[in-house]
Design a protein. Structure first.
Length: 1094
């Protein structure tokens, strides 16, 4: 969705040459910018805006600007402009926040989720202080959602962001008292803003070439309380009022202000006076808007509108140039209010004419919110209804669902119930917001109103929208029926049309047809009929291409990819997934990215590409969390559970499922709840927790008893078969597995059918029916051979690998047998390696998720220890220390060592015969202690088997240091280095004095010191001085003579203004060097100290 931003309101106003700078107030504001919130509060006419324009042009830090209007009394519009104002100064900011704002408006995330993403993006993208001025805040101060937004922002945004709110009235911000108590708020009021004698004199000299004596200036200030409005209103006279006249102006208040404005208005030429009145209702205007709204007869003969705009500026008639080029104008609020009242008084018949034309211009440009504001001023309910009916569907397509609901809720119930188009808009929007039953009731009411009338496009629209509601509630056949009825009606209407439709109506009709095609296709797919569903999905995609609907093109591309994927047509699915992902990235749509990344992750898993799958799914979770898309977060967490379960990380899988399940229940995501019930059952029966597994299956069974979807029924029956098989009841497993395979075959889900049949082979075999098992295997292999990848079936086929090996190596199915056996072997060979890689990644990406411990854990940093299945191996179990140390030696030399090289490390004085005996005995003792073979012998070298299920702290330390070295951005570097250094528990193998261990100990210690100091520099660079100093102290704890660490600590103290800390650190450096090596600090350290202490 393209957000509707009035750019002129988020561009800093230009500083006009005649603006009087007020150094007193500028200095006060500069001093106040140490606070998060600065309030500038004074009645109209005290120069708030002028002062703040001068301020932002005087600052060295970036300064953003947002001028509010009456149209901004809507959270979405306010937040969009708030983000856009900051993005004017920081172009890299805003894409994630705008995407989340769209999701908030579409009802897909909560305000808290949107706000979290906004603050996170602000923190990630902006690394310097800046100020944001929000002018005319009184226009929205009483609108609670905006007040909550500003209050939350002030409390949770970083200290680098300072907000200035300019208002005519005292603010009612939520938690303002709390902010004041925390010392986060300061401000100026009318007493500070009031002009002082010297400022009046400066104004007179600068703008009027007029000298005012000290006495008269003092009298004017006392009599007017420093109110400058009268001076500004009389600027066209080229002379300031006398003190007595100013006293009269001030004491008479707003009525006399109106009188003065009359004098200004009446002094203008007739054409300019009329122009002032007729532009009074335009919030901002230029020559183009004037030409579109005002009658040509209303301008001077032979002239365009531009000379009149130029005259407004030249005469200084209370207008502000806005926009980057200053080519649009905006009236001062007080003057605009007066002009509107005067226009209503003098020319009441022209007011509705101008407002209706403004509504029409905004409708043509699809500036729906501005059009609504003008329509409200008309005070004509019929005009509002007409606008909502025209705007509604386009606003829903654009994601402005909450706003259209707000407009509909303001209409009288009697109006809503009498107009089927309004009922359709309200019903459809409620369905999209998750209020499915309410939405369907309103769509049913709308259909009832229209059934008695002639067939219409509106009825087709209602049916297409109702089809979506039925699909959301799992009534797939009703969804298909409504979609077909909508399409039939559209065909009938197009056939009866005597002439081509206007372009806008034709475009909307195409979108409606595409929507019905999509509903029909998804309905068939959910019923399990993939081939029929694919036909309608492709038709929908083609229509969306014709109308250039990029968002729905991305949606359909992903849905078609899933359909191909489900049918085993992986190569057709892949390019569609990648296209959809690129499209969502171009649209800065995090929710779309989360959806396609989840599907892509499942695709990679079924291809056996585990690392790509893990990367895609972790990105999916990240995008879903950043956008607050709870539905896709639940799906992606479930997919991650499936992925890690496949490589036997069962505790981790359970944690992912447990995190996803309450989300799915809360969202009433029926299919996902079913899927998770089945996944949790599989996890339980794999641990022989039969009661838990049965309870999960019972919960799933209640969801599928209606058999609305043969695919869902197939999943359930397959799970029941696997449950019986896990219990050893193979005979009972046969019937549900046969049923499942038949369901998948009926729907064309070839991968699912092949998996179910492979499990059925295992059931036949365990039931003692070898002939049936062999026949089923021969029938299943050709089915699996149709798939682009064998991996998805190979996981199931690993249960019957003995049967595969027993099949003839030659024969009608030999090629298929060999291909499947190769896939089984590849999966079993890589599973341990994948498990180890997942452990590393899970610790950094999901620190709150428990990870299954490896079978073998080796610790060398701080102390040497080896554990098997969680139990440390005592030194007595090794028999000799050498048998333990040999393991560490081989780990330190991953390239491998010859027997002779090992002998030189451990038995340098042995003869070849002695070496042979000692080596053999040591290997035997190592194997006995570990309970498994861990040493490989290849090409004359002995090396540790890297494919074992193990964890080694030195490897983890080196891995994360290398990841930090390769990281492209500061945050990634800091995260990797911090995690890597956490594995350094102390010196490497401190109880071993052999030469190889000493060299490794020194290498790792030096790497630790270098990395810790580098991390300290990065944390100092990122502004975390306390953390940086702590890392310096850790380095000095290891090496008190490390001058680089002393120098960095001195710089950190200096940056925080702690001169005593600088001196103390230098003294510690002097003392350590004197005691350790009897030398003074280096010239570099001494020079730095002298420089910092100047």
């Amino acid at each position: 969705m393209q957000l509707s931003i009035t750019r002129t309101r988020v561009v800093r106003p230009q500083r006009r040459p005649d603006l009087l700078s007020r150094p007193r107030l500028l200095q006060m504001l500069h001093d106040l910018l140490g606070h998060r919130l600065v309030l500038v509060v004074a009645p109209a006419g005290y120069g708030k805006t002028t002062l703040l324009i001068d301020l932002v042009h005087s600052l060295t830090m970036p300064a953003a600007w947002y001028t509010l209007s009456a149209a901004d009394r809507n959270l979405h519009r306010f937040a969009a402009h708030f983000i856009a104002a900051i993005a004017q100064q920081f172009p890299s900011f805003g894409s994630d926040s705008n995407a989340a704002l769209q999701n908030l408006e579409a009802g897909q995330i909560s305000f808290e989720q949107f706000f979290t993403l906004l603050v996170n993006e602000l923190d990630a993208q902006i690394h310097q202080r800046f100020v944001l001025v929000v002018d005319d805040y009184h226009l929205v101060d009483d609108y609670e959602p905006i007040g909550s937004f500003v209050s939350q922002f002030l409390q949770h945004a970083g200290d680098f962001c300072h907000i200035i709110l300019a208002s005519r009235t005292l603010l009612t911000l939520p938690d303002l008292a709390l902010l004041v108590a925390r010392g986060a708020v300061e401000g100026l009021d009318f007493q500070e803003l009031a002009f002082r004698p010297d400022e009046l004199q400066a104004l007179a000299r600068q703008n009027y070439n007029q000298a005012i004596s000290d006495a008269e200036a003092e009298e004017m200030v006392i009599s007017t309380e420093g109110w400058i409005t009268g001076l500004l209103l009389s600027a066209n006279t080229k002379q300031l009022h006398t003190a007595s006249r100013m006293r009269l102006i001030r004491s008479s208040g707003i009525d006399l202000y109106g009188y003065l404005a009359h004098q200004v208005l009446d002094q203008q030429p007739a054409a300019l006076r009329d122009f002032l009145l007729r532009t009074a209702h335009m919030d901002e205007f230029d020559a183009e808007l004037c030409a579109a709204v005002l009658d040509p007869d209303w301008r001077p003969a032979g002239e365009s509108w531009q000379p009149l705009l130029d005259a407004l500026l030249h005469q200084n008639l209370f207008v502000l140039p806005v926009g980057e080029q200053g080519d649009s104008l905006r009236y001062h609020h007080l003057f605009q209010d007066f002009l509107q009242r005067q226009m209503q008084s003098e020319r009441p018949a022209e007011v509705p004419i101008i407002l209706r034309r403004l509504v029409e211009v905004c409708r043509q440009k699809q500036l729906w919110e501005q059009a609504y504001l003008y329509a409200e001023r008309l005070e004509d309910p019929a005009a509002l209804v007409d606008l909502i009916e025209a705007a509604g569907l386009q606003m829903i397509y654009a994601g402005r669902i909450l706003l259209i609901q707000e407009w509909l809720d303001k209409l009288p119930a009697s109006v809503l119930q009498a107009r089927p188009k309004l009922l359709d808009l309200q019903g459809y929007s409620r369905i999209l917001l998750g209020q499915v039953e309410q939405g369907l009731q309103q769509l049913n009411a709308a259909e009832t109103l229209l059934r008695a009338a002639l067939p219409s496009a509106l009825l087709a629209q209602i049916l297409a929208h109702r089809a979506i509601g039925h699909r959301f509630r799992g009534a797939y056949q009703q969804s298909i029926d409504d979609a077909e009825a909508a399409l039939a009606l559209l065909d009938k209407l197009e056939g009866a049309a005597e002439q081509a439709e206007p372009a806008p109506e034709a475009h909307e009709r195409q979108q409606l047809r595409a929507l019905a095609y999509r509903s029909k296709g998804l309905g068939f797919c959910m019923q399990g009929d993939l081939s029929e569903g694919l036909i309608w999905q492709q038709r929908s995609l083609e229509l969306y291409r014709q109308v250039e609907d990029l968002q729905n093109m991305a949606n359909l591309s992903m849905e078609i990819a899933i359909t191909h994927d489900s049918a085993g047509q992986k190569e057709l699915a892949r390019p569609l997934y990648l296209y959809a992902l690129e499209a969502w990235r171009d649209l800065h749509n995090l929710m779309g990215q989360a959806s396609v990344l989840n599907s892509l992750g499942v695709y990679y898993q079924e291809q056996g590409e585990h690392q790509q799958a893990f990367s895609a799914l972790t990105q999916a979770v990240d995008c879903a969390r950043r956008s607050g898309y709870a539905r896709m977060q639940a799906f992606a967490l479930t997919s991650l559970g499936d992925l890690v379960f496949e490589v036997d990380l069962r505790q981790t899988a359970q944690a992912f499922y447990q995190e996803a399940y309450p989300l799915a229940r809360r969202l009433d995501e029926r299919f996902l709840v079913l899927y998770l019930d089945l996944a949790r059952a599989a996890l339980a029966w794999s641990a022989h927790e039969w009661d838990v597994a049965y309870a999960c299956l019972d919960s799933a069974g209640r969801l599928v008893l209606s058999k609305n979807s043969s695919y869902e029924w197939g999943l359930y029956r397959q799970a029941m078969g696997r449950y019986y098989l896990a219990q050893g009841a193979a005979q009972q497993a046969l019937e549900p597995l046969q049923d499942a395979a038949a369901c998948f075959a009926q729907g064309g889900q070839t991968p699912d059918e092949a998996r179910a049949r492979m499990i059925l082979v295992a059931a036949y075999q365990k039931a003692g029916k070898q002939a049936e098992a062999a026949r089923e295997l021969e029938a299943t292999l050709p089915l699996a051979a149709q798939l682009d990848s064998q991996h998805a079936v190979a996981v199931a086929a690993s249960q019957v690998s003995d049967l595969l090996r027993a099949m003839p190596a030659r024969g009608p199915h030999a090629g298929q047998r060999n291909r499947m056996l190769a896939a089984v072997n590849a999966f079993q060979a890589q599973r341990l390696h994948v498990r180890r890689e997942f452990r590393r990644q899970l610790r950094s990406l999901f620190p709150h998720i428990p990870v299954d411990p490896p079978a073998l854990v080796v610790r060398a940093l701080g102390h040497a220890e080896v554990s098997v299945d969680g139990q440390p191996i005592a030194l007595a179990d090794w028999k000799t220390r050498v048998s333990r140390d040999l393991l560490f030696c081989l780990l330190a030399h991953p390239e491998g060592l010859t027997k002779e090289q090992i002998g030189m490390h451990f038995w340098p004085d042995c003869s070849p015969e002695q070496l042979k005996t000692r080596f053999k005995n040591t290997i035997y003792r190592m194997r006995s202690a570990l309970g498994q073979e861990v040493v490989l012998f290849e090409d004359g070298r002995y090396r540790f088997d890297p494919l074992l299920d193990y964890e080694y702290d030195v490897e983890l330390f080196l891995h994360y240091i290398a990841a930090g070295d390769a990281a492209a951005d500061l945050d990634a570097q800091i995260e990797a280095y911090t995690l890597g250094l956490s594995y350094y528990g102390g010196a490497y193998m401190p109880d071993t004095e052999t030469a190889w261990a000493y060299l490794e100990r020194e290498r790792l210690h030096r790497l630790y010191l270098d990395t810790a100091l580098h991390l300290a520099q990065l944390r100092f660079q990122s502004g975390a001085s306390d953390v940086a100093l702590a890392w310096c102290q850790r380095v000095l704890h290891e090496d008190l003579c490390h001058e680089d660490a002393h120098r960095l600590a001195m710089r950190i103290y200096a940056a925080t203004g702690n001169r005593a800390g600088v001196a103390r650190q230098y003294s510690l450096c002097q003392k350590a060097l004197q005691e350790e090596i009897d030398a003074p600090p280096s010239p570099q350290t001494a020079e730095l100290y002298a420089q910092l202490m100047q």
